[in-house]
Design a binder for this molecule. Structure first.
Ligand code: TUI
Length: 309
């Protein structure tokens, strides 16, 4: 049985579980598996060319009739082309990350898209509500990848109080206890990334999955605090070199290159030494590879028991 909230109604999904739009990781195999299991699967457009995103959308459609979304990463120079492709392809749900999507709002609303910007502050949540967002994803600093500074525990209730649209909690959620806690903070759904990295349907290299499964509570590190683009990743040779270069005052461009190209190396080639192992602080709780359906059913069962529903 489902678990109804304002978000499940808004999106037409069975369970209030949204998969994060992870760069390289959130491709069509994962997105379609999450949607087929009753959550909202998301294609992470990240830095992909618009035509690659179009193919990904079509591949999800071949695999599921259920709703799915696309995450548009706003620091991508191709974001305007990606924004047009999602509208052309009739995608039903868009989330955004790493910037302000206001300039695409009219295009998306005219195309009938449900827009849920990911935000890391109350000010940005308010701005997105004014701009016409249907919901916001409040993402705490526990998340993997590009992060803000507020924790999920503090950010979610403050955004819930500040806006009238539904709020999705993200950052540090990896099981039914996290989902139930998010509900207690006033959220109507939870977005999860790190747990889905190790899904059976995830194309992430086994070496990377093993690093997430073996990670302990304090094994993540934030690179790029000095550049204004903080990125949470699991500690390895790359982070040690990066943090040393950062401390030595190496230029922004050189630093950025070190993390960006290295995500592909980690996900596709399994280079866990020089690669960028983006993962959230909840990695320590993620203990085994499971199918998306097994994960979602286990998470929902636990959340329902805790919530008495
Ligand atoms: O976007 C994410 N997480 C990401 S994106 C990513 S790929 C990447 N590539 C190059 C550089 C940086 C990242 C890996 N992980 N999460 C959603 C998120 N959005 N977290 C924080 C924000 C955010 C930050 C600033 C949203 C809006 C914002 O507004 C600033 C402004 O005023 O434009």
């Amino acid at each position: 049985m489902g678990l109804k909230t304002k978000i499940t109604e808004l999106l037409g999904i069975e369970y209030p579980i949204i998969q994060g739009g992870m760069a390289w990781v959130a491709e069509y195999h994962l997105a379609s598996a999450v949607s087929e299991a009753g959550g909202l699967g998301i294609i992470g457009a990240a830095s992909a060319p618009a035509e690659v995103v179009r193919e990904q959308i079509r591949k999800v459609r071949e695999r599921t009739d259920r709703p799915f979304g696309v995450n548009v990463m706003l620091m991508n120079p191709n974001a305007p082309e990606v924004a047009s492709v999602v509208a052309e392809e009739g995608v039903k749900v868009v989330t955004t990350g790493a910037g302000n999507p206001a300039k695409f709002m009219e295009l998306w609303k005219n195309a009938g898209i449900t827009v849920m910007p990911v935000v890391a502050s109350v000010a940005m949540a308010r701005m997105m509500e004014k701009a016409g967002a249907d919901a916001v994803v409040a993402e705490g600093t526990e998340s993997g990848g590009h992060i803000g500074s507020a924790t999920t525990m503090t950010l979610v209730p403050q955004i819930v109080d500040a806006v009238n649209i539904p709020v999705v909690a993200a950052g540090g959620i990896g099981d039914g206890r996290g989902v139930a806690a998010a509900f207690m903070l006033g959220a109507e759904a939870a977005q999860m990334g790190t747990r889905f990295i190790v899904a059976k349907e995830s194309i992430v290299h086994e070496n990377y999955k093993e690093k997430v499964i073996k990670a302990k509570d304090i094994d993540s590190e934030v690179t790029g605090r000095s550049t204004g683009h903080p990125i949470r990743v699991l500690r390895n040779k790359m982070t040690r070199e990066y943090l040393k270069m950062e401390a030595d005052g190496v230029g922004l461009d050189e630093l950025e290159q070190l993390t960006l190209g290295s995500l592909r190396k980690a996900v596709m080639d399994g280079d866990v030494v020089n690669g960028s192992l983006m993962a959230g602080q909840i990695a320590g709780l993620v203990g085994k590879e499971q199918t998306c359906r097994e994960m979602i059913e286990e998470i929902i069962k636990q959340a329902k028991e805790l919530l008495g529903r």
